[in-house]
Design a protein around this ligand. Structure first.
Ligand SMILES: *[C@@H]1O[C@H](CO)[C@@H](O)[C@H](O)[C@H]1NC(C)=O
Ligand SMILES: *[C@@H]1O[C@H](CO)[C@@H](O)[C@H](O)[C@H]1NC(C)=O
Ligand SMILES: *[C@@H]1O[C@H](CO)[C@@H](O)[C@H](O)[C@H]1NC(C)=O
Ligand SMILES: *[C@@H]1O[C@H](CO)[C@@H](O)[C@H](O)[C@H]1NC(C)=O
Ligand SMILES: *[C@@H]1O[C@H](CO)[C@@H](O)[C@H](O)[C@H]1NC(C)=O
Ligand SMILES: *[C@@H]1O[C@H](CO)[C@@H](O)[C@H](O)[C@H]1NC(C)=O
Ligand SMILES: *[C@@H]1O[C@H](CO)[C@@H](O)[C@H](O)[C@H]1NC(C)=O
Ligand SMILES: *[C@@H]1O[C@H](CO)[C@@H](O)[C@H](O)[C@H]1NC(C)=O
Length: 480
């Protein structure tokens, strides 16, 4: 080792100890954070809070970013709407009366975070290892969730961090929704948002302004029936909590040392899952939605099934025909071949490998079984479909849909069965030819399977590379 590199390492070590010794993760009532002064750093050094200017803007904001990531990645902004136009900003606690975090510019309050709870006189503002900025009683333990007087996780910006909740506190009515920045230079809320809609069978939606833009599909106990980016993978495990008190989506890191986030990207109108790569020193886009044309909300109309690989891309579900006769005009959706009878004589056709229809008009019961669910649906003339609520094990719970079924997409990853109401006559006429179709499909599949396996063996023998087998099935059998 030469003298230069020895000096360099010593310097780095010194710098490290300096940072370690002087970094603080919290301030009390008598302290403040000034623009250009100290920052808050979480105990594990992962997150940092301070003043910053986004993109080419000169405005000053208080934000939280990953300290360990060299590409400045701001995950939360306090004064999104009220930037400070000079460097006189100060963040501090005002503990006169009930404690409030205030941001001041020249004696004017620019931003404040009210506590909804009565606080004691001694409070601290602390940046936790999770990236959550919390205001809490000095005496309470740092990680007691309920003891926070205020927390930044309740007011998300464009980024969902691990452990953050996307959705509702049903007791207080607080909704936590993601909203994109207006532009890379302006963190104020853009028109691109994502949240959980309160309805019989709750779903996550993305909106562009007040218009629905993308739907993740109902939760089936394991995943959402139409979204790759909110799914389990080797990096994250997810959870959807739906009880009397709370309704939210959240995810956790399998390997706590990794960085993985969900971001609303205004530049591309995408919701992306990004994971930090140590090797490339960049954020990898693991997945994103919308992915394709079929992800556009309601693109095929009622009872239309959007199939990316088909032409036309909108097909009518079995038992339905195009409403409009115009060539390739599928915007009107589909209508029944045979009108419903609206009696106990109606039946159901089973569909699977679908992103289940929009559940805005729906009803659920967690303890009913599939047969009780069928009976419940038949009883109500506006019920058009039913399914299990939870597909784990042999499936349980009941979800039923009222009115026209929309925003359906072929999704070969979803094994959930959906039973769609049909008139008795539709079921009757289909029985004959259907059996033949099943036989033909099975035979074709078997032959294709043999060919593919043969091809695969040939390929691997000759070592020309791999092929990927895409499992793609559409199964529709009679349910009687
Ligand atoms: C900054 O904002 C303050 C308060 O809104 C205003 O009075 C002042 O003129 C602004 N200064 C500049 C340089 O824009
Ligand atoms: C602190 O709070 C008190 C009582 O709510 C208020 O009168 C005062 O103006 C506040 N001070 C600042 C600097 O916000
Ligand atoms: C602070 O505010 C006062 C009164 O509003 C104003 O006279 C003064 O110029 C401001 N100072 C700065 C540095 O903006
Ligand atoms: C926050 O404080 C402001 C000003 O003191 C008040 O008008 C507002 O109602 C408070 N909000 C909540 C949620 O307490
Ligand atoms: C959005 O995507 C663009 C292009 O990939 C990227 O440069 C930008 O950083 C992304 N924005 C966010 C907020 O992730
Ligand atoms: C309902 O079905 C029964 C038996 O198939 C038939 O007799 C009756 O006409 C049907 N009613 C309607 C309104 O379609
Ligand atoms: C759900 O179904 C069970 C079993 O049929 C029934 O006892 C219960 O009352 C239902 N709950 C609701 C809210 O309808
Ligand atoms: C059918 O369900 C709808 C929606 O929940 C409800 O408004 C209607 O009263 C029900 N009809 C019957 C006959 O139960």
């Amino acid at each position: 080792m030469d003298i230069l590199s020895f000096l360099l390492i010593s310097l780095k070590l010194l710098f490290f100890f300096y940072e370690f010794a002087f970094a603080i993760d919290s301030i009390s009532s008598s302290e403040s954070i000034r623009d250009g002064g100290t920052t808050l750093v979480s105990v594990d050094g992962r997150f940092e809070l301070g003043f910053f200017s986004p993109g080419s803007s000169k405005n000053r904001y208080v934000g939280i970013w990953y300290k360990k990531v060299p590409v400045k990645t701001v995950v939360w902004v306090a004064n999104r709407i009220n930037p400070i136009n000079d460097s006189s900003g100060v963040l501090m606690i005002n503990s006169t009366g009930s404690p409030v975090v205030v941001m001041m510019q020249n004696k004017t309050v620019v931003w404040s975070a009210n506590s909804t709870k009565e606080g004691k006189s001694s409070v601290v503002l602390q940046l936790l290892n999770s990236g959550n900025l919390v205001l809490r009683d000095e005496q309470s333990s740092g990680d007691r969730f309920s003891s926070y007087l205020w927390q930044s996780f309740d007011y998300p910006c464009d980024t969902l961090l691990p452990e953050m909740k996307l959705g509702w506190d049903l007791k207080t009515g607080l909704e936590r929704r993601l909203s994109s920045w207006k532009s890379p230079d302006d963190p104020s809320p853009g028109d691109f948002t994502c949240g959980v809609e309160l309805q019989g069978n709750p779903e996550i939606f993305m909106w562009k302004g007040s218009n629905k833009f993308y739907r993740d599909g109902p939760w089936n106990g394991i995943t959402f029936s139409g979204s790759p980016d909110l799914s389990h993978n080797s990096i994250v495990e997810l959870n959807f909590v739906n009880n009397e008190d709370e309704l939210f989506y959240t995810f956790n890191l399998v390997d706590k040392s990794m960085f993985s986030i969900i971001v609303m990207n205004i530049t591309r109108y995408l919701r992306e899952r990004l994971t930090w790569s140590e090797t490339t020193q960049n954020w990898n886009v693991d997945s994103y939605v919308p992915r394709d044309y079929c992800d556009s909300y309601g693109v095929c109309g009622a009872y239309g099934n959007c199939i990316t690989t088909q032409s036309p891309i909108c097909q009518c579900l079995e038992g339905f025909k195009p409403k409009s006769t115009g060539y390739r005009d599928w915007s009107e959706g589909c209508v029944r071949n045979k009108a419903l009878n609206y009696s106990k004589l109606d039946g159901f056709i089973k569909f699977n490998r679908l992103k289940l229809p929009e559940a805005t008009n729906s009803w659920v019961n967690k303890s009913m079984n599939l047969e009780q669910c069928r009976v419940k649906c038949l009883e109500n003339s506006s019920c058009m479909a039913y399914s299990n609520l939870d597909i784990r094990g042999r499936g349980n719970g009941c979800a039923i849909w009222f009115g026209e079924l929309i925003d359906i997409k072929q999704n070969s990853n979803n094994v959930q069965d959906l039973f769609i109401r049909m008139s008795a006559s539709e079921l009757g006429t289909k029985e004959g030819p259907k059996m033949k179709i099943v036989v033909i499909v099975t035979t074709t599949a078997a032959v294709a399977g043999v060919l593919l396996v043969g091809y695969y063996i040939y390929k691997s023998r000759t070592n020309l590379g791999n092929i990927t087998l895409f499992a793609f099935t559409k199964q529709s059998t009679l349910d009687q």
